[in-house]
Ligand binder design. Structure first.
Ligand SMILES: O=P(O)(O)OC[C@H]1O[C@](O)(CO)[C@@H](O)[C@@H]1O
Length: 254
């Protein structure tokens, strides 16, 4: 695992370097994309690199991690809308090459099977971008007594609904279920980039990267993956033990 610590304002630039490196080595990469506030600096930088002609997604494909169940795709808080507004409509990734779970499907279980089949026939994820929830979720794989390998319907944890209620008019408006790719899909990605910013994530980041690997903290399973890059701002890195920070590079990509 490699941990890169950057100033908050430099996180986006680092995200640009990381995706450029991936797409240079494999222009037809299968990218796993995330939503939430965490990836926004990455996406802003990707948009400006594409705008300047320094990056192209033209041969890539993308699969999003998750989507709320029962929220119309056109709803302002659906992850479909988030992706259009924050990335997809601004870059040259083909519309037909982007996949987001369909939270409006009449049969959500069938949609999960379809999503897994599509992902598998594409060859799996080459490069997976992840944020981390305050409770240690990745995608919407919530803490619990067990984890699920494939794409599945999940009951959202109360703390997740509360954290995400900032985007809705009220807590009651936050969906109770979501579709998420499973832990197996995430851990099979050939490379994973986990991003966290802000003091509010410092404790969970430290536990996930240094504590026991356990289903009660899904992000802790990233310790078992062979190729993980963790991108943190100084605040999110502030509770990591000095021994681990000693082995970090001060964002030397920049
Ligand atoms: O980035 P945020 O808004 O803190 O959310 C944490 C994580 O929860 C999710 O929104 C759930 O999928 C992730 O996409 C995100 O990285």
């Amino acid at each position: 695992m490699e941990i890169l610590v950057a100033q908050t304002a430099a996180i986006g630039q680092l995200g640009g370097e990381l995706i450029a490196r991936q797409l240079r080595s494999k222009p037809d990469s299968i990218l796993g994309l995330a939503t939430g506030s965490t990836p926004i600096p990455f996406y802003k930088e990707w948009i400006s690199l594409v705008g300047r002609g320094e990056l192209s997604f033209a041969r890539a494909r993308s699969f999003n991690l998750d989507e709320y169940a029962g929220l119309p795709r056109a709803h302002s808080q659906s992850y479909w809308t988030f992706m259009q507004e924050n990335l997809l409509r601004h870059i040259d990734l083909r519309v037909s090459a982007t996949e987001i779970p369909n939270g409006e499907a009449a049969d959500l279980q069938a949609e999960c099977v379809r999503y897994d089949r599509t992902l598998e026939s594409a060859g799996g994820i080459d490069w997976q971008l992840l944020g981390i929830g305050h409770n240690g979720h990745i995608g919407f794989n919530e803490p619990g007594p067990s984890l699920t390998a494939g794409t599945h319907v999940v009951e959202l944890a109360e703390e997740t609904r509360q954290a995400n209620s900032r985007f809705f008019d009220s807590l009651d408006d936050v969906p109770r279920q979501a579709i998420t790719v499973g832990m197996g899909t995430i851990l099979k990605a050939r490379e994973i980039v986990l991003v966290a910013q802000g003091e509010g994530k410092a404790e969970i980041v430290a536990q996930a990267l240094t504590g026991p690997v356990m289903t009660e903290l899904p992000a802790s399973f990233l310790q078992l993956h062979a190729k993980v890059t963790v991108v943190l701002d100084e605040a999110a890195a502030s509770k990591l033990p000095a021994s681990l920070l000693g082995s970090t590079r001060e964002a030397e990509l920049l």
